[in-house]
Each structure stands twice: as structure tokens, then as C-alpha cells.
Design a protein around this ligand. Structure first.
Ligand SMILES: [Ca+2]
Length: 184
């Protein structure tokens, strides 16, 4: 009898389900521009690359690059707060695919961050950082949004395709972004 109970518990953990993808334009296939996405560093030289062979999925992907010789930090972002009911206390899992070419003095990663109107962060979850030359690699991270009592002003859940570096060169591509809320 005891053994049966343990087996049932294992099944419950293995089937923890996540809802569908809440990202808009997750593979950069829609529209002529960055539909659904914002750029949080205007110095970024970002563009949509229309290249079926190069893209991870579909016909297009995003290229982020840098013109500035000094400190470079920025990315493309979507705020997914209240999308599909995402709110306080929810666990969010995010992933994307990244590809880099001869990236020097620069790193690319996926960032999940919970902030308010004053940009005060109440949770920051980074994926692995990628540099150098990498074929398409999947990045993942996850975090739980704090409760309303702890963070009453929280109103942004940012999913950012992020780059950071200084005096850097190289190319970075992102594609196939996924963000899902863990079902209760
Ligand atoms: Ca794509």
C-alpha cells in the first residue's frame, strides 16, 4: 500500500503542466518589424533576419548587435504581466534559442524579471550566458512572482533577450521564445 502511494506522488510531479506560450510574435515571423517587442536600449543595432536556413524555426529570427564601443547592455523585451491571467504568485517558465558567431567581450542570455513602475526589481532570473561561437542552443530559466502582500506595486513581468559586454564584437541571433505559466 505504501509503495502505491509513492508511485502516485511521482506521477503528479512528472505531469506538472504549463499553459501555452503567452509570447506575441515568439519566432519573429509576424510583421515587418519587431511586432510585440520593445527595445530597452536604443543603442542596439537590432534587426529581423529573413533567412530560412539561418532561422531556428520558420523563416526569420532576430539579430542583436552593438555599435557602441563602450559599455553595451540591452535587449528586446516583452511585458507578459496579466497575459493569460499571469499575476502575483505564479511560477513562470521561459525559454528561447540563441546562436552566436565569434562573440568577443559580450554575452547573450535570457532574463526573467519582476519589476514595478519605478523599475524596482523583486526577482531576477537569468539563464546560462553564451559567448564565442555556438550553434543554436536552448536557454531556459524560471521564477515565481512574489505575492501581492509582499510586492503590491509589481506590474511588470519582463521576458528579455539580453546582451551585455564592453568593446565587443560578433553576432547574436535569437528565435523561438516561449513563456508559460505553471498551472495550479
Ligand atoms: Ca523564427
Amino acid at each position: 500500500m505504501k509503495r502505491v502511494a509513492v508511485h502516485v506522488l511521482t506521477v503528479c510531479i512528472a505531469t506538472t503542466a504549463f499553459a501555452g506560450n503567452v509570447m506575441i510574435n515568439p519566432g519573429f515571423e509576424e510583421g515587418e518589424d519587431f511586432d510585440g517587442w520593445g527595445d530597452w536600449n536604443s543603442h542596439l543595432n537590432s534587426r529581423i533576419v529573413k533567412h530560412e536556413e539561418l532561422a531556428h524555426t520558420g523563416k526569420q529570427c532576430l539579430e542583436l548587435n552593438i555599435d557602441l564601443p563602450d559599455q553595451n547592455y540591452g535587449g528586446m523585451v516583452q511585458n507578459i504581466w496579466e497575459r493569460e491571467g499571469i499575476t502575483w504568485g505564479d511560477t513562470i517558465e521561459v525559454s528561447c534559442w540563441v546562436r552566436t558567431e565569434r562573440l568577443i567581450n559580450q554575452e547573450a542570455y535570457l532574463l526573467l524579471e519582476f519589476i514595478d513602475d519605478d523599475w524596482i526589481s523583486s526577482g531576477r532570473y537569468e539563464s546560462e550566458h553564451v559567448t564565442g561561437t555556438r550553434q543554436w542552443t536552448k536557454l531556459t530559466t524560471r521564477g515565481t512572482i512574489p505575492g501581492k502582500i509582499a510586492e503590491p506595486y509589481l506590474n511588470k513581468v519582463h521576458v528579455s533577450l539580453t546582451i551585455v559586454g564592453k568593446k565587443s564584437t560578433g553576432r547574436i541571433y535569437f528565435d523561438s521564445v516561449q513563456a508559460s505559466k505553471e498551472n495550479e
